[in-house]
Design a protein around this ligand. Structure first.
Ligand code: 5RP
Ligand code: CO
Length: 227
């Protein structure tokens, strides 16, 4: 079944515990950590993740858009994150970092900005639990989905299948009722949605609707039949 991870970037930061409750039934809560260096925006850090992990039963999927993830990512695991994603463009030693995240008890994931190809990282895939293909330029919520990323999603799914891996393939940025089916058909199975969930009157219903759409599209997709 498709996993839907609402992004709290589009939530009210003064009411994060309530905003987490508003998406009960979501698979993970996506937490965008930005440092105003790797991306031109600033959000939250370790103490907020620590408090949020105590305030909700939904596991936290921390997307680190920061420099020096080798230094910071382990602290997010200690703060209670169930999954920690570092960017390929920022990590100094991605294999060592992925192993450290896993050794500390979280799922290890790596993200690719739109201009970063997947091919140079093929050998790294067995070290990861999830690969994130960004479908907008990281930094801000509410941007338009980049259709041009669909071939990269397809190629990544092919590589995962070729290596016989159980790796999850996440998409993040502009995922909505209009775009989620295209992502699922291309091979994504974990979907981050910020504005398409928190920008509605009923965020929990939006999660259910997006999951239904993704499941239908996956069932019709050739990559899932071969899986
Ligand atoms: O990582 C991100 C931005 O860098 C966010 O997770 C993403 O943009 C979610 O917001 P939306 O669904 O509104 O695009
Ligand atoms: Co994100």
């Amino acid at each position: 079944m498709a996993q839907i991870n609402p992004s709290i970037l589009s939530a009210d930061f003064a009411r994060l515990a309530e905003e987490a409750k508003a998406v009960e039934g979501a698979d993970w809560l996506h937490v965008d950590v930005m440092d105003n260096h790797f991306v031109p925006n600033l959000t939250l850090g370790v103490p907020v993740v620590e408090s949020l992990s105590r305030a909700t039963d939904i596991p936290l999927d921390c997307h680190l858009m920061i420099e020096e993830p080798d230094r910071w990512a382990p602290q997010y695991v200690e703060a209670g994150a169930g999954s920690v994603t570092f960017h390929a463009e920022a990590a100094a030693a991605p294999v060592r970092l992925a192993r450290e995240i896993r050794a500390k008890g979280a799922r290890a994931a790596m993200a690719l900005k739109p201009a970063t190809p997947i091919e140079p990282y093929e050998d790294l895939l067995p070290e990861l639990d999830m690969l994130l293909v960004m479908t907008v330029e990281p930094g801000f919520g509410g941007q338009a989905f980049l259709d041009i990323m669909l071939p990269k999603i397809r190629r990544t799914r092919e590589l995962i299948a070729r290596h016989g891996l159980e790796l999850w393939l996440q998409v993040d940025g502009g995922v909505s009722a209009e775009t989620i089916e295209r992502c699922a058909e291309a091979g994504a199975d974990v979907f981050v949605a910020g504005s398409a969930v928190y920008g509605t009157d009923d965020p929990a219903a939006a999660v259910r609707m997006l999951r239904h759409q993704a499941d239908e599209a996956t069932a019709a997709a050739s990559w899932a039949c071969r899986h």
